[in-house]
Design a protein around this ligand. Structure first.
Ligand SMILES: CC(C)(COP(=O)(O)OP(=O)(O)OC[C@H]1O[C@@H](n2cnc3c(N)ncnc32)[C@H](O)[C@@H]1OP(=O)(O)O)[C@@H](O)C(=O)NCCC(=O)NCCSC(=O)C[C@@](O)(CC(=O)O)C(=O)O
Ligand SMILES: [Mg+2]
Length: 299
C-alpha cells in the first residue's frame, strides 16, 4: 500500500527549498511548474526540476518518497514542453492542474506515451494525477477518474475551485463540501487515491487539524501541503492511532476464531462485527504497517 497522507508542494524555481524537501519525509514531493512559478521562470524551473530528479531519484526511492510534478495545462504555451522534460526526467507522477474533462487526460496521456517511446522508457511507466479546480471538473469527476489506466489519484485544488465558484474559503468549508464529495466518490469508484486541497493559513495548527480530520472522515487519503510544518500534523490525523490499531487487531483475531466456528457475524466488546467492519479493520492494519508501525505487541 502506498501512503499519500502528505503531498508537499515545492516551487520548482527555488533550489534552497528543493534540496532539503526530502528531509521532512513527506509521503510525496510535488515539484511545481504551474501557479507558484512566474512566467519568466518557467524555463529555468523545468531545467532545475529535471536536474533534481536526476540527482536525487535514488535517494527519494530509498526514503519511499513519491515524486510528482505539477505541469502547466496543455492549453498554455508551457504544457507540452513541461511534459518533454518531466517524462524524460524519470519523475513518477505528472499532476494535471485544472482538469475539466476526460479529454484533458487523454491529451496528456498521448504526449506521455509518445515521449516514453522516444526516450526508450517502458510505455505506462509515468503515472498521472489530476487536480479538479472548477465546478465543471467536479461535475465530470467520475468520467475523469475513469479516463486512463495511468491515473493514480484525484485531488481538489480548493483555492481555484472556490474562486471559480465565485466564493471564498471559510473555516467551516461549506463551499467545499459538494466538490470534495464528488471527488472522493469519483476517486473511490475508480479505485484511485483521493487527495484534499492545501490549507493556506500556515501557522493555524488548530484550523489545519480540524480541516484534515473532516476530510479524512469524508474518505480522503491525504492532503496537498504548502509548508513542512503541516506534514507531522497531517500524519497525526491520517495514521491510525494505538486505540484504533488495538481494536482492529482484536477484530481480526475474533474473525479468525469466528470463521473457525463457522460464524459470519459476531460481537467484539458488545458491538456487532460482520464483513464491512472486518474489511475496515484489515485496512487500518495495512495503513499502520505502511506507516512503519510494528503491530506485534499492540495486541
Ligand atoms: C509559503 C512559503 C513561501 C513560506 O516560506 P518561508 O521560507 O517564508 O517559510 P519558513 O517558515 O521560513 O520556512 C521554514 C523552513 O522550511 C522551508 N520550507 C518552507 N516551505 C517549504 C516547502 N514547501 N517545501 C520544502 N521546504 C519548505 C524553508 O526553506 C525553511 O527552511 P530553512 O531555511 O532551512 O529553515 C513556502 O512555504 C512555500 O513556498 N510554499 C509552497 C507554496 C506553493 O508551492 N504554492 C503553490 C501551490 S498551492 C496552489 O497553487 C493552490 C492550488 O492550486 C493547490 C492545489 O491544486 O492543491 C489550489 O487551487 O488550491
Ligand atoms: Mg490551483
Amino acid at each position: 500500500m502506498k501512503l499519500r497522507r502528505s503531498m508537499l508542494f515545492v516551487p520548482g524555481n527555488n533550489p534552497g527549498i528543493m534540496k532539503d524537501a526530502h528531509i521532512y519525509r513527506p509521503d510525496s514531493i510535488m515539484f511545481d511548474l504551474e501557479d507558484a512559478i512566474a512566467i519568466t521562470e518557467k524555463d529555468s524551473a523545468r531545467f532545475m526540476i529535471f536536474n533534481f530528479i536526476q540527482k536525487f531519484k535514488d535517494l527519494y526511492k530509498k526514503l519511499g518518497i513519491e515524486t510528482v510534478v505539477r505541469i502547466n495545462a496543455l492549453d498554455t504555451e508551457f504544457g507540452v514542453e513541461d511534459l518533454e522534460f518531466m517524462v524524460r526526467s524519470g519523475i513518477e507522477v505528472i499532476r494535471i492542474p485544472k482538469t475539466e474533462k476526460p479529454e484533458d487526460v487523454h491529451e496528456v496521456e498521448a504526449h506521455i506515451e509518445r515521449i516514453e517511446k522516444e526516450a526508450g522508457i517502458e510505455v505506462g511507466t509515468t503515472k498521472i494525477m489530476v487536480a479538479i479546480e472548477s465546478p465543471l471538473g467536479a461535475l465530470n469527476a467520475l468520467a475523469i477518474a475513469k479516463s486512463s489506466p495511468r491515473l493514480i489519484g484525484m485531488a481538489i485544488g480548493g483555492e481555484d475551485y472556490v474562486t471559480n465558484l465565485k466564493t471564498t474559503r471559510s473555516p467551516e468549508g461549506v463551499e467545499m463540501l459538494m466538490g470534495r464529495s464528488m471527488i472522493v466518490m469519483a476517486a473511490r469508484s475508480a479505485g484511485i487515491a483521493a487527495l484534499d486541497s492545501v490549507y493556506s493559513d500556515i501557522n493555524n495548527d488548530e484550523g489545519f487539524i480540524r480541516e484534515a480530520s473532516t476530510t479524512k472522515q469524508m474518505g480522503f487519503d491525504g492532503k496537498s501541503l504548502i509548508h513542512p510544518r503541516q506534514i507531522e500534523l497531517v500524519h497525526s490525523v491520517y495514521t491510525p492511532d494505538e486505540k484504533n490499531i488495538k481494536k482492529s487487531l482484536k477484530i481480526v483475531k475474533a474473525t479468525e476464531e469466528a470463521l473457525a466456528a463457522g460464524k459470519g457475524v459476531f460481537t467484539v466488546d458488545g458491538k456487532m462485527v460482520d464483513r464491512p467492519i472486518i474489511d475496515r479493520a484489515y485496512h487500518v492494519l495495512a495503513l499502520a504497517k505502511a506507516a512503519g508501525i510494528k503491530l506485534e505487541g499492540n495486541e
